[in-house]
Design a protein around this ligand. Structure first.
Ligand SMILES: Nc1ncnc2c1ncn2[C@@H]1O[C@H](COP(=O)(O)OP(=O)(O)O)[C@@H](O)[C@H]1O
Ligand SMILES: [Mg+2]
Length: 366
C-alpha cells in the first residue's frame, strides 16, 4: 500500500546554516519524484529527513495524513537504496534480500515467496546463491533494489543509486528501476545530480539550489520552460543572450538583441528594460549570412550522428552552441563560414536581468 508524501515548509539547520531551506513538495501516490541539483544543494539531507535519519528543525513531513516528524526511522516502512549498495558482501544474495524479512519475523515460506518474487522483479533469480563480493556493480545494485522492495515499503527512497556504475550500465539500470517502480506502483523519491538521468526517469522533478526549490515540474516542462536562468543552465544547454525590451504593448513586446535583430515575444510584463534571452542549441534557425538574424562565424563543426553541433562566435565576441538536425538540413556550414542565427520565438525563454524571473507569458505563447 503505497502513499502520498507531503513536505511542508521543511527546514534542516546545521548551526546557523539552512541545508534545507523552507522546502514544500507534494508527491502523489505511485509517483517517481526526483530531487535534482548540484552537489551540496541539500538533496541527501532532505531525503534523510524523509527517512527519519535527520531531525527536522521546521515544518512538517507527512505520509498520507500522518505527520511523521517524530516517528523513528524503523517505523516509517521505507525502502532505501544508496549509491554504495550497502549490502553484506559475504552473505548470499538470498540472505541479503531475506534479511529485513527475518528481522520482521516472517514465516519461512513467506520469506521464500517474497524473496523469489523480488529477485524475479529485478531479474537476478539466477544469482540467488552467489555472494555479492563476486558480482558486478550493476548486479549488486539489483540486490540492493530487491532488498529495498522485498519488505513491501510504503515509500522507496533512492540516493544517487547509479553513480557508481559505468555509463552503459547506468542507462540499463535506470530503465530497470523505472519499470520496477511502475509495476509496483510505489511512491519513489529519487535523488540525483545528473540532469539527463532525472529527465529520463522521473514523473516530476524538483530542481534545488542552496537548500531551496527552484522549480517543480514534469521533465518536459522543466526543459522547455525553466523558471529561472539557473534551471535553464543546469538542465541541458542554454545560450544566454543580452536583450532589451524596446516596445511593449500590454506584453506584446519587441526585444532587441545583439547585431540589430529584433524578436517579437508575448510577456507577462509591460515595461521596457534590459533582459536575458535563453536559447537552446536546437532553438536557433541557422541560415547563410544574407538571411535575417544575428551574424556569427563558425569556429568549430562537430558531427554527432543525427545532428551537427556548431560553435559559433557572434560579432560581440560571445560564443554560442547551435545544433542543426540532418533530416531538416538544406545546407551544412563549415568552419570559417559566416552564418546568421534567428531564435525561434515560440521556444525560447526570457528572464529579467538578474536571471531570477521568467517573463514569457505561457498562456499567450502556447
Ligand atoms: N552532518 C552535517 N553537518 C554539517 N553540515 C552538513 C552535514 N551534512 C550535510 N551538510 C551540509 O549541508 C549541505 C547539503 O549537503 P547534502 O544534503 O549532502 O547535499 P547533496 O546531497 O545535495 O550533495 C552541504 O553544504 C553540506 O556540507
Ligand atoms: Mg547527496
Amino acid at each position: 500500500m503505497s502513499r502520498d508524501v507531503h513536505i511542508t515548509d521543511a527546514v534542516k539547520t546545521y548551526g546557523d546554516f539552512n541545508a534545507v531551506d523552507h522546502v514544500t513538495i507534494d508527491i502523489q501516490t505511485g509517483e517517481l519524484f526526483t530531487l535534482l541539483g548540484p552537489s551540496g544543494c541539500g538533496k541527501t539531507t532532505l531525503l534523510r529527513m524523509i527517512a527519519g535519519f535527520n531531525s527536522i528543525e521546521g515544518g512538517t513531513i507527512s505520509f498520507g495524513e500522518n505527520v511523521i516528524n517524530d516517528i523513528p526511522a524503523h517505523k516509517r516502512n521505507i525502502g532505501m537504496v544508496f549509491q554504495n549498495y550497502a549490502i553484506f558482501p559475504h552473505m548470499s544474495v538470498y540472505d541479503n534480500v531475506a534479511y529485513g524479512l527475518k528481522a520482521r519475523k516472517l514465516k519461512k515460506t513467506e520469506i521464500e515467496e517474497r524473496v523469489t518474487e523480488a529477485l524475479a522483479m529485478v531479474q537476478i533469480e539466477n544469482l540467488r546463491d552467489r555472494q555479492p563480493a563476486n558480482m558486478s556493480g550493476g548486479q549488486q545494485q539489483r540486490v540492493a533494489l530487491a532488498r529495498a522492495i522485498v519488505i513491501h515499503p510504503d515509500i522507496l527512497l533512492m540516493d544517487e543509486p547509479l553513480s557508481n556504475l559505468d555509463a552503459k550500465l547506468r542507462v540499463q539500470m535506470r530503465t530497470t528501476i523505472k519499470k520496477v517502480q511502475k509495476k509496483l506502483g510505489i511512491t519513489t523519491i529519487y535523488v540525483t545530480h545528473d540532469q539527463e538521468e532525472a529527465l529520463a526517469i522521473s514523473d516530476r522533478i524538483a530542481v534545488m539550489k542552496s537548500g531551496k526549490i527552484q522549480q517543480i515540474g514534469k521533465p518536459k516542462e522543466i526543459y522547455t520552460r525553466p523558471s529561472n536562468e539557473f534551471v535553464a543552465n543546469f538542465i541541458g544547454i542554454s545560450n544566454i543572450l543580452q536583450g532589451e525590451i524596446k516596445e511593449n504593448h500590454q506584453g506584446d513586446a519587441q526585444i532587441f538583441l545583439t547585431g540589430g535583430v529584433s524578436i517579437h515575444m508575448k510577456l507577462k510584463e509591460t515595461g521596457q528594460k534590459p533582459v536575458k534571452i535563453s536559447v537552446r542549441p536546437e532553438e536557433f534557425r541557422i541560415g547563410d549570412s544574407t538571411s535575417p538574424g544575428i551574424q556569427g562565424k563558425i569556429i568549430l563543426k562537430t558531427f554527432l550522428g543525427d545532428y551537427i553541433s556548431y560553435e559559433i562566435e557572434l560579432m560581440n565576441g560571445q560564443s554560442v552552441e547551435v545544433n542543426q538536425y540532418l533530416k531538416e538540413t538544406a545546407r551544412e556550414y563549415e568552419a570559417g563560414d559566416t552564418v546568421s542565427l534567428y531564435p525561434m520565438e515560440s521556444k525560447i525563454n526570457v528572464y529579467d536581468i538578474d536571471g531570477e524571473e521568467a517573463l514569457v507569458d505561457e498562456q499567450k505563447s502556447s
